[in-house]
Design a protein around this ligand. Structure first.
Ligand code: SF4
Length: 408
């Protein structure tokens, strides 16, 4: 895979040593078992895959290059480039300003922009409407476009399906930048509707089977369907694509459910299924798949707690938390500073969107076994600082440097 020029501040000698070693001995990425860092009284189990993905490294490289190449110019980001507080703070500190918040609310009016300004499109991509707006001002969006190729792959797949006359069901968080961008690109080609989860999918399916009246659809899915969506006609031939960072199993279940409803309602079989349902198995992002599979494997360890590191608004990170918290006490933190001491920790509850304060999060078990993973937009340096903070509470038998040397 391509190597990117990412600032060293985001790298970690410990994590790089672990990742390189694992890559060397498992070139085909078949082994998802975690890596054990044994410090004696505390054992850290690191997921096989975590941290910066292709799309994030690509976006960071372009953003920092844009700053270098455009000294003296005003540089804007359409919104957070990736959902990571450290990276976004670094960009702001270098003079980059955000045009919108993560929900698409304007922080700076587009009227203030001129053709001389530079606007960076984030890794999630953007809507065709915003692209057109910027182009009308004279700003070339393609030059500093960090849209991840795996997001573009979903757009391309939607377009292919659209050309065959299918409508699109997008499984994604309706207000997330990527889902808004995917919706926009898909809706330009074919009728499109967004579902957030299985509960909404079950309701959507009732319009396929006729269990619910068409009129209800426009209220129930308000703001989620494309212009002129005809619920009586446009759900007769569908394909499912997803926001690339959803839970792989959830998208699969949603797709399977809709497929089953189509089979039952239209009396389809394996030979004629594609008359009404498009096969879209391949729209999941590789990093989401790898990180989630690695967490399933991580969870086979009999551990005492899990720490998941990443931005609080990071979709892929929250899904890793979701998997961990089903099995053991899980703490979602965005930096080592959230570990206040060996007794107290600040951590995020993404269900209630609140930061909580917990005590006695480290049990008296010896050795204490801690599972650690991080989201696709979290720098490895942050994970290393979390590990260093944790081990600082123990009389460790090996230092981080000794562990690094033993890995090399
Ligand atoms: S998580 Fe996947 S789709 Fe998102 S930026 Fe990374 S590689 Fe691209």
């Amino acid at each position: 895979m391509k190597k990117f020029n990412v600032p060293n501040i985001y790298r970690s000698s410990l994590i790089s040593a672990v990742k390189n070693k694992r890559k060397e001995s498992d070139k085909l990425k078949k082994d998802f078992t975690p890596t054990l860092l044994d410090f004696g009284p505390i054992r850290i189990y690191l997921a096989r895959h975590f941290g910066f993905c292709y799309g994030v490294e690509n976006a960071i490289e372009i953003a920092f290059r844009t700053i270098e190449e455009n000294q003296g110019k005003r540089i804007f980001l359409l919104s957070e480039m990736i959902h990571n507080p450290q990276v976004n703070a670094d960009l702001i500190q270098r003079g980059v300003r955000f045009l919108q918040d993560t929900k698409g609310n304007f922080l700076i009016n587009f009227d203030e922009l001129t053709a001389d300004d530079v606007v960076i499109v984030p890794a999630f991509g953007t809507t065709l409407a915003i692209e057109a707006k910027l182009n009308a001002i004279g700003i070339k969006t393609e030059k500093y476009n960090t849209t991840c190729p795996f997001v573009e792959k979903v757009w391309n797949r939607s377009e292919q399906i659209a050309k065959k006359g299918y409508s699109i069901v997008v499984h994604g968080k309706p207000t997330h930048e990527e889902t808004r961008a995917t919706f926009s690109h898909s809706a330009a080609n074919t009728p499109t509707v967004v579902v957030n989860d299985m509960k909404e999918t079950v309701e959507l399916a009732k319009y396929i089977t006729g269990e619910k009246s068409a009129a209800e659809f426009y209220t129930e899915f308000k703001g989620r369907y494309s212009e002129n969506f005809d619920v009586e006609k446009d759900l007769g031939r569908i394909g499912v694509v997803n926001q690339t960072t959803m839970l792989a199993n959830d998208t699969q279940a949603i797709s399977d459910y809709l497929k089953q409803q189509m089979i039952q309602h239209y009396g389809l079989n394996a030979d004629n299924l594609d008359e009404r349902f498009a096969d879209t198995r391949d729209t999941l992002c590789y990093a989401t798949n790898d990180n989630q599979t690695a967490v399933y494997e991580l969870l086979t360890t009999d551990a005492n707690l899990a720490i998941v590191v990443g931005g609080y608004n990071s979709s892929n990170t929250s899904h890793l938390v979701e998997l961990c918290e089903e099995k053991l006490p899980t703490y979602y933190i965005n930096s080592a500073d959230k570990i206040l001491s060996d007794k107290e920790i600040l951590h995020y509850n993404f269900h209630t969107k609140q930061e909580l304060h917990s005590v006695n999060y480290l049990t008296d078990k010896r050795p204490l076994k801690v599972l650690i993973t991080s989201g696709a937009s979290c720098p490895d340096a942050v994970v290393e600082s979390v590990i260093r903070k944790l081990i600082s509470f123990y009389k460790i038998e090996k230092t981080v440097e000794e562990i690094i040397n033993s890995i090399k």
